[in-house]
Design a protein around this ligand. Structure first.
Ligand code: AMP
Length: 182
C-alpha cells in the first residue's frame, strides 16, 4: 500500500519548515502543524492503518518523543500494543540501552527489557517522525532485537535523503518513508 500523490501533497503541505532551528543551517521539519491539521493528520493515519493492517504486527515501538504520537495512535487503530523507546534515565523498570553517535559525543536510548514479553517472537514496527543520519533509529532497531523481538519495518513520515540514514538502516530492516526530502 503506497501513498497517492494527492495524499502525499496534503501531508507535505501540512509540515512546516523552520530554518535555522535548533542551530544555523538546519531546516527543522515541524510536524506540529501536521498534527493540528485534522485533514492532513487523518489522511496520514488512515494511510498508515491501510498499509500496516496486513503486516500481522504485535507491537509498535515509537521513538522519544514525536514517534510516541504517531506510534500510539496507530497502535490503537491496529488494536496492538505500543512500546516507548525513551531517552536514557526515563524508564522506571529494568532496561536495556544502546548508545549512538551524534555530531559531537553520543546519546543513549532505552527500552524495558520485558517490553515485548507478552508475545513470543513479537513482530514490531518501529516509528519516528523523521530519519536524518539514522543513528537514533539504528540504535532503536538494535534494542528491539536485543529484547528478543523482530523489527519488521521502520517507518518515518519524513526521510532526509541527502544523508545516509535510510541506506544504513536498510541493512538492518525494511524502511518506509512517506515524504522524501532530497
Ligand atoms: P538521526 O538520529 O540523525 O536520524 O535524527 C533523528 C531524530 O532527530 C528524530 O527523532 C528527529 O525527530 C530529529 N531530527 C533530526 N533532524 C531533524 C530535522 N531537520 N527536523 C526535525 N527533526 C529532526
Amino acid at each position: 500500500m503506497t501513498l497517492s500523490k494527492t495524499e502525499q501533497n496534503i501531508i507535505e503541505k501540512a509540515i512546516r519548515d523552520v530554518p535555522d532551528f535548533p542551530k544555523p543551517g538546519i531546516i527543522f521539519k515541524d510536524i506540529t502543524t501536521l498534527l493540528g491539521n485534522k485533514e492532513a493528520f487523518g489522511v496520514l493515519m488512515n494511510h498508515l492503518y491501510q498499509r500496516y493492517k496486513e503486516y500481522n504486527l504485535d507491537y509498535i515501538a515509537g521513538i522519544d518523543a514525536r514517534g510516541f504520537i504517531f506510534g500510539a495512535a496507530l497502535a490503537q487503530m491496529l488494536g496492538i500494543g505500543f512500546v516507548p523507546v525513551r531517552k536514557r534515565g526515563k524508564l522506571p523498570s529494568t532496561t536495556i540501552s544502546e548508545k549512538y553517535s551524534l555530531e559531537y559525543g553520543f546519546d543513549e536510548i532505552e527500552i524495558h527489557l520485558d517490553a515485548f514479553s507478552g508475545v513470543s517472537h513479537a513482530r514490531v514496527l518501529l516509528i519516528d517522525d523523521l530519519i536524518a543520519t539514522g543513528g537514533t533509529a539504528n540504535a532503536a532497531a538494535n534494542l528491539i532485537t536485543k529484547a528478543g523481538a523482530t523489527c519488521v519495518e521502520a517507518c518515518f513520515i519524513i526521510s532526509l535523503e541527502f544523508l545516509d540514514g535510510v541506506k544504513n538502516l536498510q541493512q538492518k530492516t525494511d524502511v518506509y518513508s512517506l515524504i522524501k526530502v532530497s
